[in-house]
Design a protein around this ligand. Structure first.
Ligand code: HEM
Length: 510
């Protein structure tokens, strides 16, 4: 996991005692249980909700715990703090059960994807519903509890006491367990994850001596309304009210559909299985065909080396010191430093999902020229808070019958449609994005291809451009076909994570 510190002093504008802890900072977790539940007795659930809310871990608690962890580490005691956490969210049907005569669907402002639910949106995103676990299909899930802790045993014990507290008010219909891998902070394909997160204005301290608009160097500060309701958001250059918007421009307050939704956020959950052996075989076979190093090919699919070192800064070989240095490993742009994908393919996972300044030269789209491109990109940011699941690859496993392992992907935003779904559908699944790009030496336009990790298309034929690097010079065309998914969605859910006050004495409990 990346080194990220947050400051209480700067957080006075944000109601950090009221915002659930996983949203802006992230619950401390080496194990996380996702308890999906149905509400079986509405009056009983409402009556017990304040007791449950009292156990919910706030952003402030998470920040205090960060200080405790630092102090413990500094003391050299080697003790692992037993930090248990709880966060809570509801699906649209779950909210409606609790709200009675005033359901969320009565507001025109409500995110239509949240109301439709993840299953109804699966086809739009390219998910194969056949691969979804039955538990995620249908309308059983009213809510989810995220129970976190330092290990599986402690998380299980915390989960048991929480479920006991709720008694017959709920039935747990499904549960999932996420756990950090023995190689902590690395996902199952072997790459460091959790490096690049949007900084939050008013919470993330500016730490770049040369740019006060950044947290850690390269980490642009984003207005909090992109992630939590009730605060100013970013403005898109396409918004006619802000024709000169830059990525720093303060936008209007992002108002929630209902007042009680202030200090809350939408959460997207996706159970993403990773076919590790198939991925490794593909990289091995294809690197032979392309006549290039296996490690370099894998890094060009991701945009970073396993250590986390970005290809823009380390185009030909891994640099472990760079990957481990949070003050350097995110300090780069794309268009500015790598205009014709010599260092990092346009289709690489991190370039697809956060193209930084790549749109600044979008020809033919005047609104996006200059800073405007990046201003638009910054309206698509996600706060990611996932955790791996499944055991390590075992020698007896073979392709086709790999154990179930992958990523419990979680992200937070104030618009599922404009943030998570847009990134998945309009960027990762769209082979023409990043649009308007040229080949090296200005020799013609290029179709970047699909995100090789998470891109999803019907028929499963994905194309990725320029995996053989033209770095530092050259103009050799390489375009490869990928005919399988290395990442398969096996379930998903859209939730709303209310503020702690809304849980304690809002309409959900009254
Ligand atoms: C099993 C599936 C996935 C794997 C293995 C994976 C892996 C990675 C890795 C290794 C990184 C680089 C480390 C970092 O910057 O934190 C990364 C970054 C990122 N991923 Fe994923 N990811 C997956 C799913 C997704 C999904 C579903 C989305 C959103 C639709 C997504 C969005 C992002 C974003 C926004 C970044 C940060 C890019 C940046 O800011 O530079 N990822 N991912």
């Amino acid at each position: 996991m990346s080194v990220q510190s947050f400051t209480h002093a700067a957080a006075t504008l944000l109601n950090i005692s009221n915002i659930q802890g996983d949203i802006l900072v992230g619950l401390q977790k080496d194990a996380e249980k996702f308890l999906f539940f149905t509400i079986t007795d509405v009056p009983a659930f409402k009556a017990r909700l304040p007791m449950l809310a009292a156990l919910v871990t706030s952003t402030k608690s998470v920040m205090d715990r960060e200080q405790d962890i630092k102090a413990e580490k500094a003391s050299g005691s080697g003790t692992r703090l037993d930090l248990r956490g709880l966060n809570l969210g509801f699906t649209a049907p779950g909210l409606d059960k609790l709200l009675g005569n005033n359901p969320v669907t009565t507001s025109a402002m409500i995110d239509s994807s949240f109301v439709a639910g993840a299953q109804a949106r699966a086809a739009v995103l390219g998910d194969e519903l056949d691969a979804w676990l039955p538990a995620f299909q249908g309308t059983k899930i009213d809510g989810v509890m995220l129970v976190t802790g330092p290990d599986e045993t402690k998380v299980n014990s915390h989960a048991t006491s929480i479920v006991q507290l709720l008694g017959s008010a709920i039935a747990v219909v499904h549960e999932e367990l996420g756990q950090t891998r023995p190689h902590r902070g690395f996902e199952h394909f072997g790459f460091q994850d959790g490096i690049s997160q949007p900084g939050i204005r008013g919470l993330t301290p500016p730490m770049n001596p040369t740019d006060p608009e950044q947290g850690l160097p390269g980490q642009d500060l984003i207005h909090p309304g992109e992630f939590v309701f009730g605060y100013p958001g970013q403005v898109d250059r396409f918004d006619p009210s802000f024709p000169d918007a830059t990525k720093e421009t303060t936008g209007p307050i992002v108002e929630p559909p209902f007042v009680w939704m202030n200090d809350g956020a939408y959460m997207v959950f996706r159970r993403l299985e990773q076919r590790v052996l198939a991925f490794q075989k593909f990289v091995k076979d294809e690197s032979r065909v392309l006549g290039m190093d296996e490690g370099l090919l894998a890094a060009r699919l991701v945009g970073r080396w396993p250590s986390g070192a970005p290809l823009v800064l380390a185009p030909l070989q891994d640099d472990a010191a760079l990957g481990a240095d949070a003050t350097k490993n995110n300090h780069f742009e794309f268009q500015h430093e790598d205009a014709s994908q010599r260092r990092c393919p346009y289709a690489a996972h991190i370039r697809k999902t956060y193209p930084r300044d790549d749109l600044n030269d979008a020809p033919g789209i005047p609104a996006l020229a200059g800073e405007g491109g990046e201003a638009s990109v910054q309206t698509r940011r996600l706060r990611r808070a996932g955790i791996p699941f499944g055991r390590e690859v075992n020698d007896s496993e073979v392709i086709g019958s790999e154990a179930s392992r992958g990523l419990m992907f979680v992200c937070y935003q104030t618009s599922i449609i404009d943030q998570f779904e847009f990134v998945q559908k309009d960027w990762a699944n769209n082979d023409t994005f990043v649009f308007g790009k040229g080949r090296p030496n200005g020799s013609g336009q290029v179709t970047p291809g699909h995100d090789p990790l998470i891109g999803q298309v019907a028929g499963d034929l994905r194309v990725v451009d320029e995996l053989v690097p033209n770095y530092p010079t050259g103009n050799t065309r390489s375009s490869i076909n990928i005919t399988q998914r290395f990442v398969q969605a096996t379930g998903a859910g859209y939730f709303f994570m209310p503020s702690i006050a809304a849980l304690l004495h809002g309409p959900l409990s009254q």
